[in-house]
Design a protein around this ligand. Structure first.
Ligand code: BGC
Length: 761
């Protein structure tokens, strides 16, 4: 033990702590020396990641962790909160295991820590990369102040499947935007120096394609062509590698009939050989042992399969710990494969500076000063206001004036625990405001806010119980009619009704798939009763996915989708409802008219019989619903109006609308705020490749700029079109562009676009 400590001290003098990144030669030397001293069992121990915290997402839990740490059988732990408890276990590792190798402490820090930002799906609606980067930076400052140095984020699974509850954790349906957000998040978490005590290692998840489960059921089979994987689902993961993510997490699903965790093509050929990833791969929760249910063999077989595929760390399953030694003796895995995985985990610890100082993230003075600060909360509130999407605002019911009487009703109006949204592991909800509290604060002395819950989430108590787990229960046992009557009676006394409805926060997230995406029965009945009062109604729709809202769009004049806005959601909603901030969120998902349209997404291929309208015999359509969505990707209103000038193109050397392979073209449009309040607009660029060696989508997002304009102000927005933007993976999975004609489209959403053509020589 003493000898190792001496070795560590000498070698740690060599440790790189420079802002310039890691000195690989020194790191290799350090890890070589350490590994030379490790037994096989200790190497395998590094590959083991048990769970110790309160948050348990599977059926398995780990026991006996302290003894395992002492025996050198644990590489890291996750979802433990607080410096004190983390320090205790780090001390066990450093002082009581033979080699004193520090543990890595991870957590699902998904959208903030105690200062909770909007759920990732909502954050994507802001299209504000700077604010998203800053949210990750703040999450990192708070989490590291509390002892965490590794986060299981960003989640970058492209999702066109709103039945799947985990749409809430990703960035919507678009690969270009998803890649940009992935980069921003990693930059925010990792900064440019992982040894900095305020940065943490990111983990890109869930690799891969987890967002495309059949029928929208969580963990289900994924089957898609490789061309689609590479062009439409892989870009955010690849962006994660390019941004230097320290780790990746496997997904639960099968790909080409092989579970991702045991899929060598995916984990080695694509991730490492093609993209050059040099960090470590951790499984998702018990993903190794779940391969038994997938029919891949017993625990020993599936553990060997995972290691041989290129998976390095086993989360909770204890398949590596329990079977790799035997597999080695039977020739089913090699010592090189075990060494490789162990090395990658030790390198991660080295990069985090843990060998230099295992207590680096365990400063007990930081938490009280750096967590849930006024500055962090202000950033979360600001970003939340940018995520709300105004879907319609007939008669300009919004913004509300701070006067008269306002009826606030609905099951989401007075709940604290549901405000932060799913996967807010570190949240301290008792410190967050309910919407009712925030609204009374925002109108204090000016308007009166009357409140009635009006209904439960739904009539079915069992469904409500399953949608409000983890301390978020909210069932009211009064008679449904009495509750509704109470709401109607306060509505009748008021000038306007604000209905806070939708999904409670655990109705989306993991294991929260839905087959019907409409507003639930009890809430719809309440809305109908409220409508009968004849008062203007504002519907605030809380949700973690795209919902189906035909009835609401026809019957309720104003709809603001507020998703789940985080710890500051309530105040942020008031900022927008009372017009201090104009809504500027833009949909990053296509909103379907009904569940039968799913999957529906803007960047689809044409058929041979395309039909943009409703029914024409022998064309691509339904008998009973139009092809187009209720609201298109990119859509969102504000309290002002924007005018788009004429879209103009200018090539560099050739004609106005031609570019060649080492050239570029610019597209510009002048946008003017023609209304009466300051507001932000997201100017969007789409491109269509008219002829290709494979069928190409009808349009693809290739640029965007979020601008803020004062009333009357104009801004020229310019996009640089380079051949790089025109590249795609062809049938041989070669990434290149093909000469020919392209359409370039610019506008406020994926539907309302101006089009120009250009040619690539
Ligand atoms: C989830 C992951 C998460 C992990 C650890 C799993 O159930 O799929 O996203 O990071 O649990 O909590």
């Amino acid at each position: 033990m003493k000898r190792l400590l001496t070795l560590c001290i000498v070698l740690c003098a060599l440790c790189s702590a420079s802002a310039q990144g890691v000195d690989h030669a020194r790191m290799n030397q350090f890890v070589d020396n350490l590994m030379a001293r490790m037994t096989l069992q200790e190497k395998i121990g590094q590959l083991n990641l048990p769970v110790t915290g309160d948050i348990i997402t599977g059926t398995a839990v780990s026991g006996n962790v302290v003894d395992q740490i002492k025996a050198g059988q644990v590489g890291g732990l996750f979802n433990m909160k607080g410096v004190k408890s983390i320090r205790q276990l780090q001390e066990v590792a450093v002082k009581h295991s033979r080699l004193g190798i520090p543990l890595i402490f991870g957590m699902d820090v998904i959208h903030g820590y105690e200062t909770v930002f909007p759920i990732p799906f909502a954050m994507s609606m802001s299209w504000d990369m700077e604010a998203i980067r800053n949210s990750a930076r703040i999450a990192s400052v708070e989490a590291t102040a509390d002892g965490i140095c590794w986060t299981f984020s960003p989640m970058v699974d492209i999702c066109r499947e709103p039945r799947w509850g985990r749409m809430s954790e990703g960035n919507g349906e678009d690969p270009y935007l998803g890649a940009a957000i992935c980069r921003a998040m990693i930059e925010g978490y990792q900064g440019n120096d992982l040894t900095d005590r305020t940065t943490m290692m990111s983990c890109v998840k869930h690799f891969a394609l987890y967002g495309a489960p059949e029928a929208g059921r969580d963990y289900n089979t994924v089957d898609m062509s490789r061309v689609r994987m590479f062009n439409e689902y892989f870009p955010p993961y690849q962006a994660g590698v390019e941004a230097g993510a320290g780790s990746f997490m496997t997904s639960f699903n099968t790909i080409d009939y092989i579970p991702a965790t045991g899929n060598r093509w995916l984990m080695t050929e694509v991730l490492r050989d093609r993209w050059g990833f040099d960090g470590f791969v951790v499984t998702d929760y018990t993903a190794i042992s779940e391969m038994i249910n997938h029919g891949m063999g017993d625990l020993q077989t599936v553990s060997a399969l995972a290691l041989n595929a290129g998976t390095d760390m086993d989360m909770v399953a204890e398949g590596f710990l329990g079977t790799l030694e035997k597999s080695l003796s039977e020739g089913k895995v090699t010592i090189q494969a075990i060494d490789q995985a162990c090395r990658r985990i030790l390198e991660a610890k080295y990069k985090l500076g843990l060998f230099d100082d295992p207590y680096r993230y365990l400063d007990d003075k930081r938490a009280s000063k750096e967590i849930f600060t006024a500055e962090h909360r202000a950033a979360a509130r600001r970003l939340a206001t940018e995520t709300f999407v105004l879907l319609q605002n007939k008669d300009n019911v919004l913004p509300l004036k701070r006067e008269g009487k306002i009826a606030l009703v609905g099951p989401l109006a007075n709940t604290r625990a549901n405000m932060p949204g799913t996967w807010s592991v570190a949240a301290t909800s008792d410190r967050y405001s309910t919407l009712l509290e925030a609204m009374r604060r925002a109108t204090s002395g000016k308007a009166e806010v009357l409140y009635a819950k009006g209904c439960n989430v739904c009539y079915d108590a069992e469904l409500e119980k399953n949608s409000t787990m983890f301390g978020r229960e909210m069932r009211d046992n009064r008679d449904p009619k009495a509750m509704r009557d109470e709401a109607v009676s306060i509505a009748q006394q008021c000038d306007v009704i604000v209905a806070a409805m939708g999904e409670p926060s655990e109705m989306s997230g993991e294991s929260s798939s839905r087959s019907q995406l409409t507003i639930l029965d009890a809430q719809r009945d309440l809305l109908e009763a409220l409508k009968a009062t004849g008062k203007p109604i504002v519907l605030l729709n809380f949700s973690g996915r795209a919902t189906v809202m035909n009835w609401e769009v026809e019957n309720i004049p104003t709809i603001l989708n507020v998703w789940f806005g985080g710890s500051e959601a309530a105040d942020a909603i008031c900022d927008v409802v009372f017009g201090d901030v104009s809504p500027s969120g833009r949909l990053t998902v296509t909103m379907p008219r009904n569940e039968g349209q799913i999957p529906i997404y803007y960047n689809h291929l044409n058929t041979g019989r395309p039909n943009p309208k409703w029914f024409t015999k022998f064309t691509t359509n339904y008998l009973d619903v139009p092809n187009d969505p209720l609201f298109p990707f990119g859509y969102g209103l504000s309290y002002t109006t924007f005018n788009y000038g004429t879209l103009t193109l200018s090539g560099n050397t050739l004609s106005r609308n031609t570019l060649d392979a080492d050239n570029h073209l610019t597209a510009s449009v002048t946008v003017t705020n023609t209304g009466s309040c300051e507001a932000s607009e997201v100017v969007q660029l789409y491109i269509r490749d008219m002829v290709g060696s494979i069928a190409r989508p009808v349009k693809e997002l290739k640029g965007f700029e979020r601008i803020t304009l004062k009333p009357g102000e104009s801004r020229k927005v310019t996009f640089d079109i380079t051949p790089d933007l025109l590249k795609f993976y062809n049938a041989d999975l070669v990434y290149d562009c093909e000469p020919g004609e392209f359409q370039l489209m610019v506008g406020p959403n994926s539907r309302d676009l101006q089009t120009q053509s250009f040619t690539l020589k």
